[in-house]
Design a protein around this ligand. Structure first.
Ligand SMILES: Nc1ncnc2c1ncn2[C@@H]1O[C@H](COP(=O)(O)OP(=O)(O)OP(=O)(O)O)[C@@H](O)[C@H]1O
Length: 259
């Protein structure tokens, strides 16, 4: 499949996105984790973000979602400049448009599985029909856990609940951070199959992963290195993804030696 990395209407457009974190114990000093990122994520596609450990993949996802504050730059999602919104409006925008499959920031431990699945719509002032919640749980094989609380479930079961929540709420955008990280091979395939199917329902999926095979399922792959976009390549070929990550790592190491 030939695929243009610049779709006519990007779902997410990052311009000069910069993130700095304070260095503990060194007052006023910061370390830069994202270096003025320019990136466009096409609508209705699965985009994977790969790169060496510490290259800024999760920070990119969290800052784009507004769950970590960026230091500078703009984040435009579905045509809205989200960094210009008040924190309250940003939260409302997230509830309305974004679903999360994260290992952290994932489920509310005081709610049952079924209430967790229905929660995003409730927060956005809507209701998910009961049948849709049940259907999503059945599809992910977690119907028997409907009345349980997430802390009574395994990591893999919790990831399935997060994917069921996304299926039931049909958000326009899904952010997934290492969605298969805690899973055995079979559960990992189930979760990836569903994430890969979401663009057919119109969702845009942005997924951070260490797994070149998972990344190769994406339409496009963003390769991070040292807090920068090292390359954007088409998906489909896990060897090409692996090679691109190794190239980013070598460039990081060469940069580190030079500095
Ligand atoms: N809240 C924070 N405060 C300070 N430093 C942070 C914070 N979050 C991330 N970092 C640092 O930013 C860098 C990038 O972290 P990030 O988690 O984004 O990388 P990653 O590519 O997702 O790594 P991994 O693949 O190991 O999960 C790391 O050096 C990390 O220590």
């Amino acid at each position: 499949m030939t695929f243009s990395t610049t779709a006519p209407v990007p779902c997410i457009r990052l311009r000069g996105l910069r993130t700095e974190f304070p260095i503990p114990g060194r007052r006023g000093e910061t370390t830069r984790v994202l270096h003025d990122i320019d990136l466009e994520i096409p609508e209705g596609r699965l985009t994977a973000v790969v790169g060496p450990s510490g290259s800024g993949k999760s920070t990119l996802l969290l800052c784009t979602a507004g769950l970590e504050p960026a230091t500078a730059g703009s984040v435009e999602i579905l045509g809205t400049d989200v960094r210009s919104l008040s924190p309250r409006k940003q939260a409302a925008f997230r509830s309305e448009n974004i679903g999360f499959v994260f290992q952290k920031y994932n489920l509310v431990s005081s709610l049952t599985v079924e209430d967790n699945i229905a929660l995003p719509a409730r927060l956005a002032g809507r209701r998910v029909p009961r049948a849709r919640v049940e259907d999503a749980m059945a599809r992910l094989g977690i119907a028997k856990h409907a009345r349980r609380r997430p802390d009574r479930l395994s990591g893999g079961e919790r990831q399935r609940v997060a994917v069921a929540r996304v299926l039931a709420n049909q958000p326009r955008i899904v952010f997934a951070d290492e969605p298969t990280g805690a899973l055995d091979l079979k559960s990992g395939h189930v979760v990836l199959d569903w994430l890969q199917a979401l663009p057919a329902q119109g969702s845009t999926v942005l997924m951070v992963t260490h797994d070149p095979h998972a990344a190769a399922r994406a339409d496009q792959v963003v390769v991070m290195g040292s807090g920068r976009v090292h390359a954007v390549i088409p998906g489909g070929d896990s060897r090409a993804v692996g090679d691109a990550v190794l190239a980013a790592q070598s460039a990081d190491e060469a940069g580190g030696e030079a500095s």
